[in-house]
Ligand binder design. Structure first.
Ligand code: S3P
Length: 743
């Protein structure tokens, strides 16, 4: 549509306040409407609207334009909620079904009821709508032609509605820059009761309470920012809000009761000096509010639109030098929050990974009633509730991109006395969950999965679990950990046999929390019914994040980089062993143990690499590092062969295919196989690769830029924040010329 093509010919706006005036002004500004006729009760309003150029003609009564009402093509009713019925009565016999009618009232159920009352049925041309754009400003003088730009408008189509009329109203809102969403009438009224109507009620109530308090006559004089921020909306139009409260009575009462309960809880916490209860409410609320702020800034992990749009551009060449500490270990961070939550006492975690995956775990425990302070500069304090103290969450638990969180939680939650549902993002929703659901069912858990064994997982509570002897078909620390965590709640022994050693953080940490775990050969075992006692945990830097920079230093001439405080648990050091076998110059210093986990500083200097046949026993020990190891292989002399790594196909993406495709694009010869890949070392060219939203694929190709002939662009990089927040900054700091751009 060209900029001056009309979306409506003649618009009649009934009610020239902020909402009606702004739509008229915006349509005129956009040259999207030939003529606007305005109706306002007061002559002065008509005069102002004309003077401001908001309308072409204005009248104080609909009677004055009765004859031409049917000649317009859109009537927008923007009067207070309870006045809409009267307008319906006035226009009923004056508009044919050709004319679209829409409204801007904040409550939809009562408008629908009013329409049925007046018209005898829902008129097929009535499009119920709500531009959520009101503010404490009101009246024609508050008109703002840009009010709806980047604003959300909700339409609540009813079954009787004719599609053509809906399209017309949609087009009008979109033309003035709004984003149009659709909800049912009932959903709209419930959501708005909680998010808009209740806050207005509380703001009015607070100001009224303070204003009526005779002893507090000076209160407004000393009121500072908090009061101002909280009560701004108490300056809104009283008549409008009076109408809304009456029109949306049931939903508002429901929201108000929930709020009153919460407030009563806080009152009693203050009265009884219950510091934990206060911290619980405040920390949960802060986390929720911070999440909301990030959503508004389009940085929240639930904002999938934004996720699509972040890309990396890497300028070729360079070397990496200096000394860095990468963020905390993801596997250990997850487990620290989980075990801390079901321990007795307060667990203090330092070095916690503030990445989206671990934050998702933290949030779900808050949702289950655990008080968690932080994270504040990587420190988190978990007020454990004991093995039987978790509470049923208010809704499904959302785990974002994190397979570890979902699988470990499945075990921990299988033995609770409440039902839960675990869900995740698009990638997690495609990952196999039967590997945990099947053995958990053998333990007598009740778990339903989506078709084909994928999330969501629905776990029924109140089951009595029994220990089992389970031999895993694949070497998976997630499956092992899941079953050990379920075993805490099971009767008797739970024994898990692994076909090859996998990361043992769960076993180590359980021992740290005072829970006995035995290890005999390939069998890890524990007996249910014990308890965990809180400890302090120092999370080492994540070797899986360090790996990107280890490979960077190994492949880029002139590099000399030290990675400090890296976890070197023997079940995680496959990347060190493989790089050394390829000829890398890699040395460990300052080896020590922190809280049951070995750590060291790792220094890597450039030295040419050679291709190798990767020993199969190293595969589980380097399972997350293969994307970047493939980049090392591409830069090595000769052929690198990987086998026995079919698990790579079911990670956050099919990592064998994703890397093969990307390397191929950059001019490297690869041959993917069912359980591995063959890579011929060569020269990396330039081009655009897709990370498929997999954090490790994105970071691996960023490293490849160091040896590329030209620029590399990497698409879909937002998920890097799941495991390595600040990756781009760290990469730039050590010498990779990486730039973030929006696609
Ligand atoms: C993890 C185990 C591994 C790994 C994942 C983290 C863990 O998965 O890939 O990133 O923390 O237990 P599998 O156990 O499925 O191989």
């Amino acid at each position: 549509m060209s900029s001056d093509e009309f979306v409506v010919d003649k618009l009649v706006v009934i009610g020239l306040g902020l909402i009606g005036g702004s739509l008229a002004a915006a349509l005129k500004n956009a040259r999207a409407c030939r003529e606007v006729v305005g109706i306002a009760r007061r002559r002065e309003t008509c005069r102002q609207a004309l003077a401001m150029g908001v309308v072409d003609r204005a009248f104080t009564s609909l009677d004055e334009i009765a004859a031409e009402l049917d000649g317009g093509d859109l009537v927008f009713i923007a009067v207070p909620t309870l006045a809409v019925e009267g307008v319906f009565a006035q226009i009923r016999d004056r508009v044919s079904q050709r004319v679209t009618i829409t409204d801007g009232a904040s409550v939809k159920g009562n408008i629908q009821a009013a329409a049925v009352k007046v018209f005898g049925h829902m008129p097929p041309q009535l499009v119920l709508g709500h531009p959520i754009a009101g503010s404490e400003k009101s009246g024609i003088t508050a008109t703002n032609p840009t009010l709806y730009e980047n604003h959300r408008v909700i339409l609540t189509p009813t079954p009787e509605l004719d599609g053509g009329h809906l399209q017309r109203v949609r087009a009008v809102w979109e033309r003035v820059g709004a984003e149009v969403l659709e909800l049912s009438v009932a959903e709209h009224d419930e959501v708005l009761a909680a998010t808009s109507h209740l806050p207005h009620l509380i703001a009015y109530s607070l100001v009224d309470t303070l204003a009526n308090d005779a002893e507090n006559e000076n209160i407004f004089r000393y009121a500072a920012g908090g009061f101002r921020d909280f009560t701004r909306i108490a300056s809104s139009d009283p008549l409008m809000w009076h109408d809304i409260m009456r029109a949306n009575r049931d939903s508002i009462l429901k929201a108000l009761d929930l709020f009153s309960d919460n407030l009563a809880g806080l009152r009693s916490a203050i009265e009884t000096d219950d510091s934990e209860a206060l911290m619980g409410v405040f920390t949960r609320a802060k986390a929720a509010r911070d999440h909301f702020t990030r959503m508004l800034a389009k940085q929240a992990y639930s904002n999938s639109m934004h996720k699509q749009s972040i890309a990396f551009r890497i300028q070729a060449g360079g070397s990496v030098c200096g000394s860095i500490r990468v963020p905390g270990d993801k596997s250990i961070s997850h487990r620290a929050v989980m075990l801390g939550s079901v321990a007795e006492g307060i667990t203090q975690i330092d070095g916690f990974l503030e990445g989206e995956d671990a934050l998702a775990t933290l949030q779900v425990f808050r949702d289950m009633g655990v008080v968690i302070e932080g994270p504040d500069r990587a420190r988190v304090k978990v007020h454990g509730v004991g093995l039987h103290g978790l509470r049923r969450p208010p809704g499904p638990l959302y785990l974002g991109n994190s397979g570890t969180a979902m699988r470990l939680l499945a075990g921990l939650l299988a033995g609770q006395d409440f039902d839960v549902e675990l869900s995740g993002d698009e990638s997690l929703s495609q990952r196999p969950m039967n590997r945990v659901a099947d053995p958990l069912r053998q333990m007598a858990a009740q778990i339903d999965t989506g078709a084909g064994g994928v999330p969501p997982l629905k776990i029924s509570g109140g089951r009595k679990l029994r220990g089992i002897d389970y031999t895993m078909p694949m070497a998976s620390a997630q499956v092992k950990s899941c079953l050990l965590l379920a075993g805490l709640y099971a009767e008797g022994m739970t024994r898990v046999t692994e076909p090859a050693p996998t990361r043992d953080h769960t076993e180590r940490m359980l021992s740290g929390f005072g829970y006995e775990v035995t290890r005999e050969g390939s069998v890890a075992a524990l007996r249910g019914g014990g308890k965990l006692t809180a400890i302090d945990i120092d999370v080492p830097a994540d070797i899986s994040s360090a790996a990107f920079f280890m490979v960077a230093a190994a492949i880029a001439p002139g590099s000399d980089l030290t990675l400090t405080h890296v976890g070197i648990n023997p079940t995680r050091i496959g990347v060190i062993n493989i790089l050394r076998a390829m000829g890398a110059d890699l040395s460990l210093a300052n080896e020590r143990s922190v809280g049951g986990e070995p750590v060291a500083d790792i220094r890597v200097r450039h030295r040419p690499l050679r291709g190798i046949r990767i020993p199969q026993d190293q595969v589980p020990l380097a399972i997350d590092e293969f994307p970047v190891l493939f980049v090392a292989a591409a830069c090595a002399e000769g052929e690198t062969v990987l086998t026995g790594a079919e698990e790579l196909r079911v990670k956050e993406s099919d990592r064998i295919q994703a890397m093969a495709d990307g390397l191929q694009t950059l001019g490297i010869r690869t041959e993917p196989t069912a359980d591995g890949i063959v890579i011929q070392g060569g020269s990396l060219g330039s081009g655009c690769v897709d990370s498929l939203g997999d954090h490790r694929i994105a970071m691996a190709f960023a490293v490849a830029g160091l040896r590329a002939a030209g620029e590399i662009r990497i698409l879909n990089c937002a998920n890097v924040a799941t495991s390595f927040p600040g990756f781009a900054d760290t990469a730039q700091r050590v010498g990779i010329s990486l730039e973030i751009y929006d696609t």
